[in-house]
Design a protein around this ligand. Sequence first.
Ligand SMILES: Cc1cc2nc3c(=O)[nH]c(=O)nc-3n(C[C@H](O)[C@H](O)[C@H](O)COP(=O)(O)OP(=O)(O)OC[C@H]3O[C@@H](n4cnc5c(N)ncnc54)[C@H](O)[C@@H]3O)c2cc1C
Length: 315
Amino acid sequence: MSRVKDVWVFTEKQESIAELCAGARQLGERVTVLAVGSRDRIERIIAFGADRVFYLGDTGADRTVEDYAFTLSKLIEEEAPDLFLFGATKRCRHMAGRLAARQRTSVLSDIMEFLTDKDEIQGTQMVYGGAAVRTLASKSATVFSVVGSGVFTSLPEDADREGDVRAVDFVEPAYRVRCMEKRERGGTSVDLTAAKRVIAVGRGIAKEEDLKMIEELARLIGAEIGCTRPISEGVNWMGRERYIGVSGVMFKPELYIAIGISGQIQHMVGCNQSGVIFAINTDTAAKIFSQSDYGIVGDLYTVVPVLLEKIRAAR
Ligand SMILES: Cc1cc2nc3c(=O)[nH]c(=O)nc-3n(C[C@H](O)[C@H](O)[C@H](O)COP(=O)(O)OP(=O)(O)OC[C@H]3O[C@@H](n4cnc5c(N)ncnc54)[C@H](O)[C@@H]3O)c2cc1C
């Protein structure tokens, strides 16, 4: 696939617009963002790389993001974009599936890389928990794809960029998705993909209360805390939004500190694009070391207190 003509982008998550626009610019000649929400977002969307913004309107008491499916579907029929990229949120997955079904095609989901040397749109996807990579191709007129965070790297925001803005008429859906109830989520919620520094812990941590020293380290260096899947789904010490890997968060922070983590592929695919990886592990043969830029072979219960002391002393 050489560059296609028209690439469209849809995500309800402001933070992923910049990445998706950057990816769309690589893949296509013209980038169009379908924007829902406050109109104030439009200038920034153009600054992130959109050539056109189709402004769909705001959600609000009587409209959900899902209600725009018919509006989007009509636009696709009128304009037939070559490639339509969606963020990897639940709502975007739902929207991509609905729109693709209306075009009698399917979605290329969780694409890690688009292959640009083919004469059709192809993308790669991880399978078997990260142990293999599958290549998918689509022959439909509009190719629908869900792309995870960290696949593309945002371009610097350019406030001087100019783009066209078109307000799109709302198409009343044949049926609406109704929000029955909103409930506050328990515990703290975090978006690891937005963090520049992340400290992740694994099963090397013996007790939940030992996380306090990790929290202190994170506070001192301005990092967010993540974990491996067993820490989240096994012992339940952290929420699901904090575990990193093929079935969790995939991202590219500037600094990734892995403490008491063995470095299994299912975990590493979520963080191996980080700028710098630093590992602490007692086992010289731990896989994490061959995937790290720096490492300390040592007991985290010795190493972390020394790090805390040194960082405090240096402040
Ligand atoms: C289909 C599938 C999907 C999966 N998806 C994910 C995923 O998305 N994310 C994920 O994380 N996992 C995932 N897993 C699980 C994954 O395979 C590993 O089991 C998991 O990542 C291991 O977590 P860990 O490194 O915390 O634990 P372990 O592998 O048990 O490693 C613990 C490490 O801590 C070290 N250690 C022990 N004590 C200390 C100490 N005192 N100081 C320093 N180091 C110490 C040990 O040497 C060891 O290397 C998946 C598995 C499958 C099958």
